[in-house]
Design a protein around this ligand. Structure first.
Ligand SMILES: C[S@@+](CC[C@H](N)C(=O)[O-])C[C@H]1O[C@@H](n2cnc3c(N)ncnc32)[C@H](O)[C@@H]1O
Length: 399
């Protein structure tokens, strides 16, 4: 089917309010900009009438806006640069993938789906609490119910995946990560994996999505390795999940597409980021833990910042912000498109910032190098990450 005809089909599903179930727009067409990273559209019934709810995610947060059914602005989203379009009605599912050459790969299937017009549908779960891996790792009890004491960890892991999966899909669409195959599975390394809640979750979730994957968990603690290996054996997945007890910096001979780290303590996050850069990870997702490195160096703040750092609590918070700002900027200087995102609500952990970085190999601009140098010299700080990556930074011209 030609692209134009496929888009007409999608439009007719989107404008048939009585049968529309949802539409999802994602990925970016070659040489085109999209208004968001992903857009979800669905019909809703509010007190004031029927609307199309458009949820736009820019990779950091989701904004929601309601439009009248058939609104031209919503329809124009179909041609706003997205490479993947899914339009579902109660009877039909249409998926369009627009190739780099601008051709449409179209799939239409007959389905039986129900409309759900309620306004505040709860977020669909990615992980089923009764999944055997959640029972084995101790997040759920033997009846498959989430343990109240583990609820926050469950949310952290699930929300981490909620960011990882579209970031991965985009990286695959953009050719930054090759399409995983059984011969060349997606390689994920979890640095500072501890009890491996995220490690197992990434493995099980991606495998359930049909993505061939190999996951390696690194933690310095031998007892974690032993425990995790036993769990992998109990789940029958030892062929594609591996654990090593070693320092992150000592981890060798490892291929990696995605480096992940959830709450690697203090400068272990710097070890994880440095390891990911050195091993040329294409994606890095790291939610830092406590920060002591820069904080301890903040005795002489440039004026007038003493106004802030003389207050212990504010100094601590500023130390966190400076640490992560410098981490993100160092990644940028070293060829990553990097940013900070809030990955989970702060009711589930105060450590809810994630550094997300996608390798683009872009060379830094001279003003970006100057900005970095001016920041570290005015604060007189030496970030742990810069020490670990000093040779890489020197290569791009950082003195
Ligand atoms: C706070 S725990 C987080 C564990 C897990 N990622 C989670 O979210 O449940 C941090 C883990 O990092 C490990 N760790 C700290 N420094 C490390 C290093 N330099 N190399 C390897 N593992 C390290 C610790 O042993 C600990 O298990």
């Amino acid at each position: 089917m030609e692209l134009e005809q496929a888009l007409e089909e999608a439009k007719s599903i989107l404008t048939d309010f009585d049968h529309l179930v949802r539409a999802v727009l994602s990925g970016r067409r070659r040489n085109m900009e999209t208004p968001a990273l992903r857009i979800d559209i669905r019909p809703v019934q509010l007190k004031s009438g029927r609307f199309l709810q458009v949820m736009s995610n820019d990779g950091i947060r989701t904004t929601t806006k309601n439009y009248s059914p058939g609104d031209g602005e919503v329809i124009s989203l179909l041609t706003s640069g997205f490479a993947n379009i899914l339009a579902e009605s109660t009877e039909q599912s249409l998926s369009i993938r627009i190739t780099k050459k601008g051709e449409a790969l179209v799939n239409i299937s007959q389905v039986t789906k129900e409309q759900n017009l309620s306004h505040d549908r709860t977020k669909a779960r990615l992980l089923d609490p009764s999944d055997p891996f959640l029972i084995e790792v101790g997040i759920s009890d033997r009846d498959g119910k989430l343990k109240p004491s583990r609820q926050d960890k469950f949310m952290q892991v699930e929300e981490f995946l909620r960011i990882m999966v579209p970031t991965l899909n985009n990286a695959i669409s953009a050719g930054q990560i090759p399409q995983p195959t059984f011969d060349q599975p997606l390689r994920i390394v979890d640095l500072g994996c501890g009890h491996a809640y995220l490690t197992f979750a990434a493995h099980q979730y991606l495998r359930a999505q049909g993505i061939p994957v190999h996951v390696l968990g690194i933690d310095i603690r031998e007892e974690s390795r032993k425990r995790n290996i036993e769990i992998a054996q109990a789940l029958g997945i030892s062929d594609s999940i591996e654990f090593r007890a070693e320092e992150i910096s000592a981890t060798k001979d490892t291929q990696v597409d995605i480096a992940i780290a959830l709450h690697a303590c203090d400068t272990a996050t710097d070890d994880a980021l440095a390891w990911a850069v050195t091993n040329e990870a294409k994606l890095i997702l790291s939610a830092p833990c406590c920060h002591h490195d820069i904080q301890a160096q903040l005795s002489k703040a440039p004026e007038p910042w003493n106004l802030v750092v003389r207050h212990g609590l504010l100094k601590e918070r500023l130390g966190d912000i400076l640490t992560d700002a410098l981490r993100v900027h160092i990644l940028k200087l070293l060829g990553y498109r990097s940013e900070t995102i809030e990955f989970v609500g702060d009711q589930h952990t105060p450590r809810n910032l994630m550094i997300r970085a996608v390798k683009t190999k872009a060379k830094p601009e001279s003003n970006e190098i100057e900005q970095y140098q001016s920041m570290i010299s005015s604060w007189n700080v030496h970030p742990a990450l810069a020490k670990r990556l000093s040779a890489n930074l020197a290569e791009v011209g950082v003195k």
